[in-house]
Write a protein that binds this ligand. Structure first.
Ligand SMILES: Nc1nc2c(ncn2[C@@H]2O[C@H](COP(=O)(O)OP(=O)(O)OP(=O)(O)O)[C@@H](O)[C@H]2O)c(=O)[nH]1
Length: 216
């Protein structure tokens, strides 16, 4: 597929504590597999998948950033912290959507959500679409965070909420495809971060109402 062979390009950034399943969610969606023995993400990783929605090609660029930078931060001097800030800023800045993930079997990953929200507020565009994802629902017997609690939290924060299992492929397609639909719809209203989300020059399409979006 050539560079131009798509109608929309969206950048989706996955954030959340280490080990909650961000990489597995993206690999499930982009490659259709659940990798055995996944190592922690080092630096920044990305995966691309192009999907067709209502006859339009949507290229989705998924970005993952390893969490080891948090501990790096603790030992960095002021200059280092500045460098860290600019890396974080550029990582968030052009994101069209953020998928904030926690692990339903790990209370700690849920309790860290406000910290992630502060980071979003500080660095991301105010037009970014944020989805809260509770992953690993195949481990229901080890659940530490109830669905109701997570729903209340996401409602209070004005975020969509979805529970997934990257392992069993539960709700993974729904997560990414519903997000793509919402991004198309927002791009048509020109409310997105404009640099990567608009149709390419000369490729603008007539506006039609999308019925595929299915959040909540
Ligand atoms: N049971 C179960 N395990 C999962 C699921 N998703 C991920 N895991 C496991 O959780 C561990 C961490 O998954 P990753 O996808 O590497 O997590 P991550 O959030 O990308 O972690 P970092 O790269 O360290 O930020 C791995 O052992 C996965 O096999 C899931 O839906 N169910």
């Amino acid at each position: 597929m050539s560079m131009e062979d798509y109608d929309f390009l969206f950048k989706i950034v996955l954030i959340g504590n280490a080990g909650v399943g961000k990489t597995c969610l993206v690999r499930r969606f982009t490659q259709g597999l659940f990798p055995p023995g996944q190592g922690a993400t080092i630096g920044v990783d990305f995966m691309i998948k192009t999907v067709e929605i209502n006859g339009e090609k949507v290229k989705m660029l998924h970005l993952l950033m390893g969490r080891q930078r948090r501990s790096e931060l603790q030992i960095w001097d002021t200059a280092g912290q500045e460098r860290f800030r600019s890396i974080t800023q550029s990582y968030y800045r052009s994101a069209n959507a953020l998928i904030l993930t926690y692990d339903i079997t790990c209370e700690e990953s849920f309790r860290c959500l406000p910290e992630w929200l502060r980071e979003i507020e500080q660095y991301a565009s105010n037009k970014v679409i944020t989805v809260l994802v509770g992953n690993k629902i195949d481990l229901a017997e080890r659940r530490e965070v109830s669905q109701q609690r997570a729903e209340e939290f996401s409602e209070a924060q004005d975020m969509y909420y979805l529970e997934t299992s990257a392992k069993e492929s539960d709700n993974v397609e729904k997560l990414f495809l519903d997000l793509a639909c919402r991004l198309i719809s927002e791009a048509r209203q020109n409310t997105l971060v404009n640099n990567v989300s608009s149709p390419l020059p000369g490729e603008g399409k007539s506006i039609s109402y999308l019925t595929c979006c299915n959040f909540n």
